[in-house]
Ligand binder design. Structure first.
Ligand code: SAH
Length: 231
């Protein structure tokens, strides 16, 4: 198998491929542009109750996923691919990191449940923690799906219109300009005249100005990063 290889370690393999099985990602999966394998973590539990979690050392609420069980599961699949633990404590996922991952051989994704996983597993198996945003999900599976969706659409041949990736939000450090399509007038609102002018220089200029305006208004953090002299 060539192409991007994703291996997901989870207690809920039935959540996959889920949304990744339809539309562009699903077609690319069926055509072999990428592959997806799930590993049921519970298969690596050895006691008679097949326990995957236990009470937190030091007390407190919730349960923690056991390092011995997870360690065996990871060792079964580990190779040269980066190992990512989906985690709200992780570095926030960016389009730049998505691009890097899409250019690599694949990824091993660990999905947490309960309070999370034993810290020694993260350290001992060299996991990079990745967050998809400042909110708490009930498990890492939906985060893994989000991340794989972002990666897969960048793989060669997956997106029909290659150009559409290049002006997209974040690719240029700016949010994307607004879009319009027919009809020319809808509920009293008209498509901006410049977009109907056929003047491509003027159109590019307008789009650029709109992208800058939206970024300044909505994402001053991105704007400052792009224009460090304004800081
Ligand atoms: N007690 C943890 C949250 C556990 S949520 C804390 O306060 O940090 C259970 C699991 O869901 C996590 O182990 C992680 O795998 C996943 N998860 C929750 N929120 C996430 C986010 N924003 N990004 C990525 N994974 C997340």
């Amino acid at each position: 198998m060539t192409g991007f290889r994703a291996t997901v370690l989870t207690l809920y393999p039935e959540m996959f491929p889920g949304p990744l099985g339809i539309s562009l990602a699903g077609k690319a999966l069926a055509e072999g542009a990428w592959s997806l394998e799930t590993v049921q973590i519970r298969d690596y539990a050895t006691d008679k109750h097949r326990m995957v979690d236990d009470t937190p050392a030091g007390g407190g609420a919730g349960m923690v996923m056991k390092p011995d069980v997870l360690g065996r599961a990871v060792d079964q699949v580990a190779d040269e691919r980066p190992k990512l633990f989906m985690s709200p404590r992780g570095k926030p996922l960016t389009q730049a990191r998505v691009r890097e991952l899409a250019a690599g051989p694949g990824a091993i994704l660990l999905c947490g449940r309960f309070e999370g996983v034993d810290e020694r597993l993260i350290e001992g198996r060299d996991f990079e923690e990745v967050s998809i945003g400042d909110y708490i999900l009930s498990g890492g599976e939906t985060a893994a799906i989000v991340m794989l969706d972002a990666i897969v659409r960048l793989l060669p041949g997956v997106m029909g219109n290659v150009l559409s990736g290049e002006t997209e939000s974040f690719e240029t450090g700016l949010l994307e300009h607004p879009h319009f399509t027919k009809p020319q007038e809808w509920e009293g609102r008209r498509i901006p005249d410049v977009l109907l002018s056929g003047n491509h220089g003027a159109i590019d200029k307008w789009r650029r100005a709109e992208a800058e305006r939206l970024t300044r208004e909505r994402r001053p953090d991105l704007w400052d990063k792009k224009n460090p002299q304004n800081r």
